[in-house]
Design a protein around this ligand. Structure first.
Ligand SMILES: NC(=O)c1ccc[n+]([C@@H]2O[C@H](COP(=O)([O-])OP(=O)(O)OC[C@H]3O[C@@H](n4cnc5c(N)ncnc54)[C@H](OP(=O)(O)O)[C@@H]3O)[C@@H](O)[C@H]2O)c1
Length: 239
């Protein structure tokens, strides 16, 4: 039975991915900051025939990341999914949401957004690389975003989030090159602009459509998928 580890699995895409992997017979290591309040995950666990473990993990707490990697020593992880992410502050101006516009930068917020979106995927991959290398499928995937595409940036703004996701793309590209010699497949994926808590009610797609797409890209990935930027639709995106 293959195993997937998912960060931020208590809600949004992380939770839906946990459900999809479980439905397909996988064993799921579902990580979240506060297991005590992860009621949806606990319900899922009750239906999962011991195939779902819930682990406390704040991805910015590197000692907690190392401790979980040590606790899971000897457990092969076929797919590591860096899903946890934050948008950072958005502000309102006469009723319109201003997404991190020029002149409004909060650099403490930048640090937090980078810590979660760019540094944590690196740290989690480094901590769990031996678990992945010991598995059959050997895959490390990070949910980044189309807004991290430099070429695709046509409407500006969203500085901290955009830059953090571009950085995460760069991290995943290097990781793909460096880990290919260990037969590990690494890539970033855009899950779609979806109506999760982060995407909001006006986003384009149902979250399950995005999660299913991400699942399908992962399930059909080959060594040729490594180091490329994927959309949940299965199309390749420009960097
Ligand atoms: N929704 C979209 O339209 C969209 C588009 C492109 C990319 N994405 C990316 O997809 C991923 C999932 O997004 P989503 O829409 O599902 O967001 P969401 O509904 O806001 O959920 C975010 C998840 O990340 C977790 N998280 C935040 N900070 C964390 C930390 N320090 N340690 C561990 N977990 C942490 C949250 O946990 P708590 O419940 O504890 O806060 C929550 O489980 C993110 O990386 C996001 O950037 C989303």
């Amino acid at each position: 039975m293959p195993t997937v580890l998912i960060t931020g699995a208590n809600r949004g895409f992380g939770f839906l991915l946990a459900r999809l992997f479980l439905d397909d017979g996988w064993s799921v290591l579902a990580c979240c900051r506060t297991p005590d309040t992860a009621d949806d995950l606990k319900k899922l666990q009750a239906e999962a025939d011991d195939r779902l473990q819930i682990h406390a993990l704040d991805v910015t707490d590197f000692s907690q990341v190392d401790a979980l990697a040590a606790e899971l020593h000897g457990t092969p992880i076929d797919v590591l999914v860096n899903n946890a992410g934050v948008l950072g502050k958005t502000t309102m101006d006469e009723g319109a949401i201003l997404h991190q516009s020029f002149g409004q930068s909060d650099f403490d917020e930048w640090d937090h957004v980078f810590a979660v979106n760019a540094k944590a995927p690196m740290k989690v991959a480094e901590a769990f690389v031996e678990h992945v290398a010991a598995s059959e499928r050997k895959m490390i995937v990070t949910l980044t975003s189309i807004v991290g595409s430099v070429e695709g940036n046509t409407f500006g703004g969203l500085y901290a989030y955009r830059a953090s996701k571009s950085a995460a793309n760069a991290v995943m590209k290097s990781m793909a090159v460096d880990l290919a010699k260990r037969d590990i497949i690494a890539f970033p994926i855009h899950p779609g602009y979806a109506r999760t808590d982060m995407g909001g009610v006006n986003a384009e797609i149902d979250p399950m459509e995005g999660a299913r797409g991400v699942y399908n890209v992962i399930a059909s990935a080959t060594p040729e998928s490594a180091g490329r930027f994927w959309s949940y639709t299965g199309d390749e995106l420009p960097w």
